[in-house]
Ligand binder design. Structure first.
Ligand SMILES: Nc1nc2c(ncn2[C@@H]2O[C@H](COP(=O)(O)OP(=O)(O)O)[C@@H](O)[C@H]2O)c(=O)[nH]1
Ligand SMILES: [Mg+2]
Length: 428
């Protein structure tokens, strides 16, 4: 455990072939995204290695000469990992690994790993496993081919039936497992909505989810809003996982913020379903803060896609706060405001802007608070902490009987407090 915490991040080189059809802008954007994805996995990106080529080299993705150069760079920069910004075949990956002397991950594998870490609900986990098995199946087929005919020659012997090779058997197992998972998923579908409603009721928590494309600034805002680093040792937060934190300083009601898997510009087709399922978190939120990088040339399209996907996963009813971030890098603030009434235009790098966003979030959760007066007899002081935790206390007066508190709180919370106070006073 200790070792894990102090372990140095893996050093990764981002590697890509620029095909004739890819413009410089597209190519750069894709590399930026891969670097961001690598960061999400906790890797340290130490450099980039690119080659212009008419096509991928069938043996090793990069040309033979470039593979030697990459090997040198891996040694020179002590890289642990090479991240390839395309999907490559297992034989390409295998050859590349052998020649450059370190582990190779392609784009899909990087994304699968991120989804795997973010999948929380059993449905999301099943969906990610299906995608992972789908990714592995063709690779196993090719691996079996690479292993040659030895494998097949042994057919008919051993416990295996009907002349199946190792490869075939494994592939059948994968198919069966996918079918099984799919069945489980179908069964889960109907249960999920009720579970969600129940969970929300039980926790009764104010939850905000940050959604939007990778690199929009979600994690930066999350840290700024919750002062996450400062709270590591706080017991209260030990039960929350790394992507869920409370707004800091604390508010009434207490607002929990969660960071979601970002939307990915170049999302491989086979991963769409598992991506959507990892957005589950967004469905449990009472407010979605949709973060958009206003300095990204393609932000309008990203805005539209995010909206569509959120509707699709069943989040159409969840209120949204639209945040145009990175305005310090350019962008027409007035035009954004005119086009998107109610939006927030800001920079995560400016403290004042973060404070404004925080206020907007708190205001959303306080909109339903009502004012009330509570009488807290001296005999029921044990309820004092609860009142201060669930209400904003506006004023306090005391007399010989106890304290009068003028508060603002959620109607249900006030109802519960009144019941307890009533029970408490009835005894005296
Ligand atoms: N200039 C500028 N950079 C920002 C702003 N917000 C975030 N960034 C940077 O954008 C990059 C991506 O931010 P991150 O929070 O990791 O994005 P995420 O993928 O949405 O979580 C990081 O290098 C941040 O430092 C901003 O308002 N202005
Ligand atoms: Mg992030």
């Amino acid at each position: 455990m200790m070792r894990e915490a102090s372990q140095k991040p893996k050093r990764a080189l981002v590697v890509a072939v620029q095909l004739p059809g890819a413009s410089d802008v597209e190519f750069e954007a894709s590399l930026t995204e891969l670097r961001q994805l690598a960061k999400t996995l906790g890797f340290e990106v130490i450099g980039t290695f690119t080659q212009k080529r008419a096509g991928f080299d069938s043996a090793g993705y990069l040309g033979a000469g470039k593979r030697k150069d990459l090997h040198e760079q891996v040694l020179l920069e002590r890289a642990d990992l090479v991240l390839v910004d395309h999907d490559i075949s297992p034989s390409q990956a295998h050859n590349l690994e052998k020649e450059v002397g370190c582990e190779v991950m392609d784009r899909t594998m990087v994304i699968l790993e991120i989804f795997h870490r973010h999948a929380r609900s059993s449905a999301a986990r099943a969906q990610v496993e299906i995608a992972r098995l789908g990714y592995m199946a063709p690779r196993m087929r090719e691996a079996a081919k690479l292993a040659g005919p030895k494998d097949r020659a042994r057919s008919g012997t051993g416990g295996r039936s009907g002349g199946e090779s190792h490869g075939e058997l494994d592939r059948r197992k994968i198919r069966d497992r996918i079918a099984e998972l799919q069945k489980e998923l179908d069964a889960m579908g109907s249960e999920r909505k009720t579970q969600r409603a129940r969970r929300q009721e039980r926790e009764g928590l104010a939850r905000v989810a940050l959604v939007g494309y990778t690199n929009a600034g979600k994690s930066t805002l999350m840290r700024a809003l919750t002062a996450s680093e400062a709270l590591v040792a706080d017991k209260l937060f030990a039960t929350l996982d790394t992507t869920v934190r409370a707004l800091h300083p604390e508010t009434v009601p207490r607002v929990l913020v969660s960071d979601t898997v970002g939307f990915i510009k170049n999302l491989p087709h086979g991963l769409v379903a598992s991506f959507k399922s990892t957005l589950d978190e967004a469905l449990e939120a009472s407010l979605l803060v949709h973060v958009v990088d206003a300095s990204d040339a393609g932000f309008e399209r990203q805005l539209a896609v995010t909206g569509e996907v959120l509707d699709e996963i069943g989040a159409e009813g969840v209120p949204r706060l639209l945040v145009f971030n990175k305005i310090d890098r350019g962008g027409d603030e007035a035009a954004l405001r005119a086009k998107h009434p109610g939006c927030i235009v800001m920079s995560a790098k400016r403290e004042g802007d973060v404070a404004r966003l925080r206020e907007a979030i708190v205001a959303f959760f306080q909109r339903d608070l009502v004012e009330a007066e509570l009488f807290l007899p001296w005999s029921a002081q044990n309820l004092r902490g609860q009142i201060f935790a669930s209400c904003v206390v506006l004023e306090e007066r005391t007399d010989s009987e106890g304290a009068f508190l003028r508060v603002r709180g959620e109607p249900e919370a006030l109802g519960r407090l009144r019941e307890q106070l009533g029970a408490g006073t009835a005894k005296t």
